[in-house]
Write a protein that binds this ligand. Structure first.
Ligand code: CP3
Length: 340
């Protein structure tokens, strides 16, 4: 079975020879070939150079033979087309955050032009990979994008946006509607460029209780899905620290729910695994264990994942810069071997 087909079948809950595997942040600072390129250019410069972004996206494919290749970019790139001034240090820093209605009206411009280099990288990846791997495009969820644009440097508990959701809920509704349009537009242009699979990152949804998730983050995620074309590639939703939200996320209508490592995969399979496929969910730090231990953990995940209609092996969040390359290699190798 070709890697692209394996990936798409798992998203739809169709039988596969083994679960497909990729890792969030699989291209990045833990790889020496990335660090070598990064010495010469900033992160944003590399995102804006389609040939470079393509090369970096392919690093983990060439090294490990992962089934999915995620395009090298960032969830905040679409916002740069709307006058948000952004740099990375190493996390995002916004010079002109959106603090009220006036700032929101200033957010004019063009997502498509900001996404142009990423879309060109997707076209180049498709040309390079053909059936050999699924090309994954992505966007930030409205709540997570709103969290980043509302503060210069996002506080640990998303203090500003959470506060606004109590003191000025109508403003937050308007902000989330705008972010939903941006998120949907970013996904739409990646579909047009040929992305095989889409992932929405709701990194900060987990700070919300279930009713407040439904009221804010969930409602705006639904809006994103409504704005996408009817014929769209399979869609994965990832939310961090969101075990309490798994049913609410499955209800929104993705094909796959991506779980962070605090959620028990077997239990998630029992609760939502008949209507959606699952992705995940090894703790990133577990890749610091000896290879035999990683193999054991992967076998356990494969067994738990078999209780769902489909399972894509991944971590429960992104690869950390301090993860040894050998740990990632052992993870992918164990996945490729399956249970045999
Ligand atoms: O997964 C991949 O390999 C594809 C590329 C990708 C990046 N960011 C590259 C990146 C993807 C899918 C993202 C998504 C992203 N960006 C998210 C959602 C996923 C998550 O981690 O929860 C978020 C919240 C962002 C915002 C962002 N960008 C942060 C918080 C940081 C700093 C974090 C860190 O690792 O230090 C970035 C910078 C960033 N994005 C880097 C990379 C490779 C590091 C840039 C560098 O080389 O300095």
């Amino acid at each position: 079975m070709k890697r692209r087909e394996r990936f798409l079948r798992a998203c739809h809950g169709q039988p596969v020879d083994r679960p497909p595997v990729w890792l969030m942040r699989q291209a990045g600072r833990y790889l020496p070939e990335y660090r070598a390129l990064r010495e010469r250019s900033s992160f944003l410069e590399m995102c804006r150079d389609p040939a470079r972004a393509t090369e970096i996206s392919l690093h983990p494919f060439e090294r490990f033979g992962v089934d999915g290749v995620v395009v090298f970019s960032d969830i905040l790139i679409p916002l740069t087309g709307l006058g948000i001034e952004l740099h990375f240090d190493p996390g995002p820093v916004v010079r002109n955050p959106v603090e009220g209605r006036g700032d929101l009206e200033r957010l004019a411009g063009d997502v498509e032009s900001a996404m142009q280099p990423t879309c060109e990288a997707i076209r180049l990846l498709k040309r390079e990979l053909g059936e050999e791997a699924a090309v994954i495009g992505f966007a930030g969820a409205p709540w997570t994008l709103a969290a980043y644009v509302s503060e210069q440097k996002l506080s640990r508990d998303v203090e500003l946006l959470c506060g606004l959701s109590y003191s000025a809920p109508e403003f937050v509704d308007t902000l989330l509607d705008r972010m939903a349009e941006i998120s949907a537009e970013a996904l739409r242009v990646q579909i047009e460029a040929g992305a095989d699979v889409l992932q929405i990152f709701d990194t900060w949804a987990g700070v919300l209780s279930t009713p407040r998730f439904e009221r804010f983050a969930g409602r705006s995620l639904r809006r994103v899905l409504d704005l996408l074309p009817e014929q769209r590639p399979p869609l994965i939703i990832f939310a961090r620290a969101a075990s309490h939200l798994m049913e609410a996320i499955a209800d929104i209508g993705p094909d796959v729910v991506s779980l962070d490592w605090r959620t028990d995969l077997g239990e998630a399979a029992r609760r939502i695994g008949q209507r959606v496929s699952l992705q995940g969910n090894l703790e990133p730090s577990a890749l610091k264990s000896p290879p035999a231990e990683i193999e054991r953990a992967v076998a356990e995940l494969i067994r738990a994942g078999q209780k769902a209609r489909g399972h894509i092996l991944n971590l429960g969040h992104g690869v950390l810069p301090s993860i040894p390359v050998e740990g990632v290699a052992a993870f992918v190798r164990a996945a490729q071997r399956g249970l045999s």
